[in-house]
Write a protein that binds this ligand. Structure first.
Ligand code: PLP
Length: 456
């Protein structure tokens, strides 16, 4: 197997679970722009944020100076149940592609939530518990975040209220049952239980929901109840921070193997797994110690980086969350109902947006039929049934490997395999039946949505 001494799987020991998260912002000369208050459009104050998020979350969100933030003991203990996650050399995929490239992937799907989201969920639940809160509210799209948060809340005995994008709620009833098994209350969004939900239902009857809309509902449900706060599974700087554990482990494992990657690839929805995977590598790049190509991959039907605008926008349809300066398609943008591959958020992490604007990383978009073709190849060669989200990264990694073949180069490619796709079989079914189509929004559609950006 190991023609050049590299095993199929590299596992670190439990003692090597990192004891601090790495904060890329500390090494950025130009920092992400400050968040703005949705009511006044002035830079948001910590006091205002503390009404929505728990105190430690606010502290981390605003901290762009500390390079390292210690991981609390109980969080690190929880991590040991499913971390360190394996770094896999994709020998079988390389062989199938007949490529001279070396391909590695970091697999985050080895926990019940089936994705990397548990890395941040457990941290956020811990801080809520430490603050003495009763519970947390959140939104979930495909359901991985809601599941991860349900698991984390069950562990720390917190109430968990999840607003689930209605089309996912209907497409993925078993996701809902997993969340309920962990004790969460799950409501399809837009619902009639919040002001924001009722307004969206009135304005868009039959609306199948969006992440932006579910966020508005979850925030409202948190601020209107004593002892509750809102938590978010992506986009925010604190989530990117927690996810840095992925990159830190990856770097330790690669260093042990004596391998320096040329290209690091991740799928990008709100940007947290990618931010986490690249964190220590981007840190080296920012400090001028090393160079890597870093590639974000997004769906052609929701192309924030590649076709959005770098501007201040609301993080949610209901305009209750602070504004961020980010690559955005407009806060009302809802990808076509035929889009099945996740990554449907209209904006992008402000940290990654700033790095992209500075030319520190690349981005590309892929159409979903190509994504599922890549997923099929990966499932048949490497054995793991990948999440459609993760398959965006697989697709780009395969494209890079084929380029290496054409150019006769043996570059090293590392990509993030963020999760498994067991709950995405409706999408796989459409693909297997040949019923899956590609939807690429017209310029006019994106322009119309961008016309609604706030004037800041
Ligand atoms: C949520 C999710 C993503 C996308 O979220 P990011 O914040 O962009 O990382 C990717 N893959 C899986 C499996 C997910 O659950």
């Amino acid at each position: 197997m190991n023609d050049n001494g590299i095993p199929y799987k590299t596992y670190l020991s439990e003692n090597e679970v990192p004891d601090a998260w790495y904060n890329m912002r500390a090494d950025m000369k130009r920092k992400p722009a400050p968040m703005l208050d949705p009511a006044t459009l002035a830079p948001v104050q910590a006091d205002a944020l503390r009404k929505v998020f728990c105190d430690e979350a606010v502290r981390q969100e605003l901290d762009d100076a500390s390079q390292w933030i210690p991981i609390p003991g109980p969080v690190r203990d929880f991590y040991r149940m499913f971390r360190p996650s394996p770094l896999v050399r994709a020998y079988f995929l390389e062989k199938a592609l007949d490529t001279p490239a070396r391909i590695f992937y970091k697999f985050e799907g080895n926990n019940t939530s089936g994705s990397h989201k548990l890395n941040s969920a457990i941290a956020q639940a811990y801080y809520a518990k430490e603050q003495g809160l009763k519970g947390v509210t959140t939104e979930t799209g495909a359901g991985q975040w809601g599941t991860a948060l349900s698991m984390a809340c069950a562990f720390f005995k917190l109430d968990c209220r999840v607003f689930m994008v209605k089309c996912s709620y209907e497409q993925k009833p078993f996701r809902r049952e997993v969340m309920r098994t962990y004790g969460a209350e799950v409501t399809p969004s837009p619902s009639m239980e919040t002001e924001a939900g009722r307004r969206i239902n009135a304005e868009h009857p039959g609306c199948t929901g969006s992440l932006g809309c579910a966020i508005s509902e979850a925030v409202e449900a948190a601020v209107s109840r004593e002892g509750y706060r809102y938590v978010l599974g992506s986009v925010l700087a604190q989530v990117c921070l927690h996810q840095s554990i992925i990159g830190l482990e990856t770097k330790t494992a690669l260093d042990r193997l004596g391998v320096k990657p040329d290209i690091i690839i991740g799928c990008a929805g709100g940007g947290s797994n990618l931010a986490g995977l690249i964190a220590p590598f981007m840190g080296e790049k920012l400090r001028g110690e090393a160079d890597y190509r870093i590639v974000a991959v997004e769906p052609a039907s929701c192309p924030s980086f590649t076709r959005g605008r770098f501007a201040y926008d609301f993080c949610d349809t209901g305009r209750v969350c602070p504004l961020q300066k980010m690559y955005t398609l407009g806060h009302d943008y809802i990808p076509s109902a035929s889009h099945a591959g996740g990554l449907r958020y209209h904006g992008m992490s402000a940290v990654l947006s700033e790095l992209y604007a500075q030319g520190m990383m690349e981005a590309r978009s892929v159409e979903q039929t190509r994504v599922f073709q890549a997923a099929e190849t990966f499932a048949r060669t490497e054995g793991i049934l990948p999440a459609p989200e993760s398959s965006h990264a697989i697709c780009a990694a395969m494209d890079e490997a084929m380029r290496c073949k054409e150019e006769g180069k043996s570059e090293t490619i590392v990509f993030g395999l963020t999760g498994t796709g067991y709950f995405d079989m409706t999408a796989y079914q459409a693909f297997n039946d040949g019923r899956m189509g590609d939807y690429v929004p017209a310029d006019a559609e994106i322009e119309a949505s961008l016309a609604k950006l706030p004037k800041v």
